[in-house]
Design a protein. Structure first.
Length: 334
């Protein structure tokens, strides 16, 4: 701050130095003036000017030091009060700007909330014809046509499901209801959703559950498992998907292991990024780059550690590490 103050007042300092230099030059030309006669007033004015600079430094920089420490994004209190006319100009300009930006933010936030509500309403409206469509498809006699339509119906259903939960993601902490959940029942419900898709692709699903209960939110955990299971089926052609649960270091572990295309090593660090799709399978038409991104977001909200291990052309393992009991108690007390 001292350096900036001196830089701001360089005109003052230059003027005083110029005046002193001019007086010394006049004394040099005028032989009647001795150095002692000129030196004393110059020294006195230099001392007074230095004191004046120190006084002005503390008086003028107080407002700007407060302004420098002021956090316009987090601090809700008023700006520091200006003491001088120029400081008042700065304070007024900043107050007006903050007020203007605040009004724009409120208007933008209202518009975003309105658009989100409309999207949520639209998704719920679309679910009704989707349910009717599912009943109509079930009545078809042509097995080939029936299977194709069921797969397309499932794709639409999953995309709508992603959109619905993505819009709810912002309020996940307020939407949690932590309870004991039967893993077997939850998994069978999700597997039933993908039954026709698995049959078409010749995929079998094997369950090996050594731990049958977990503490979590049933709705959000179902969505998390659905995303991981959908990914496993999408990138597997034939073979089996193994789902197992066990306890490790007093924590429940749930794993979904497929024998599919796998993920390249250089892609693994980016798989949880929003919109990222595999570089090796970049032309995959059905990839949205949202599945694992949303899965990670939900896992974070549930205090579940989600990790992915994969080998290209061999398969992928998605692991969910549930929190210990103490962590669960903290979650239920939120």
């Amino acid at each position: 701050m001292i350096r900036r103050f001196l830089k701001e007042r360089v005109a003052w300092i230059s003027f005083i130095l110029f005046v002193h230099g001019l007086i010394l030059f006049v004394a040099y030309l005028d032989q009647s003036l001795s150095l002692e006669q000129v030196g004393y007033p110059l020294l006195l004015t230099a001392i007074l000017f230095s004191g004046f600079l120190i006084y002005r430094y503390y008086k003028e920089t107080r407002f700007y030091k407060q302004l420098e420490q002021y956090n316009q994004y987090e601090q809700l209190s008023d700006l520091p009060d200006g003491q001088t006319p120029f400081e008042e100009v700065v304070e007024t300009a900043l107050e007006e700007q903050r007020s203007h930006l605040s009004q724009k933010y409120i208007a933008h936030r209202r518009q975003v909330d309105h658009d989100k509500d409309e999207m949520m309403a639209w998704i719920h409206e679309v679910k009704t014809p989707l349910t009717t469509m599912s009943l109509v498809i079930d009545r078809l006699d042509d097995k080939g046509t029936k299977a194709a339509l069921q797969n397309e119906w499932l794709r639409i259903h999953l995309l709508l499901d992603q959109q619905l939960y993505q819009k709810r993601m912002e309020f996940i902490e307020n939407d949690l209801y932590m309870e004991k959940i039967e893993l077997e029942r939850l998994l069978y419900e999700e597997i039933r959703t993908f039954q026709n898709w698995c049959m078409q692709k010749g995929i079998g699903i094997e369950l090996e559950l050594h731990e049958l209960m977990v503490h979590s939110d049933g709705k959000w955990l179902s969505f998390l498992v659905r995303q991981l299971l959908s990914n496993a089926i999408k990138y597997t052609n034939g073979g089996d998907i193994h789902i197992r649960s066990y306890v490790k270091n007093e924590q429940t572990v749930l794993e979904i292991i497929d024998e599919g295309k796998g993920i390249a090593d250089h892609d693994l660090p980016r798989i949880f990024e929003k919109g990222f799709t595999s570089t090796t399978l970049h032309n995959e038409q059905f990839a949205t780059g949202m599945g694992l991104y949303l899965a990670q977001k939900v896992a974070d909200g549930l205090s579940i550690r989600l990790s992915i291990q994969s080998t290209l052309n061999k398969g992928t393992t998605a692991q969910l590490l549930f929190p210990r009991r103490n962590s669960f108690i903290e979650l239920t007390s939120m």
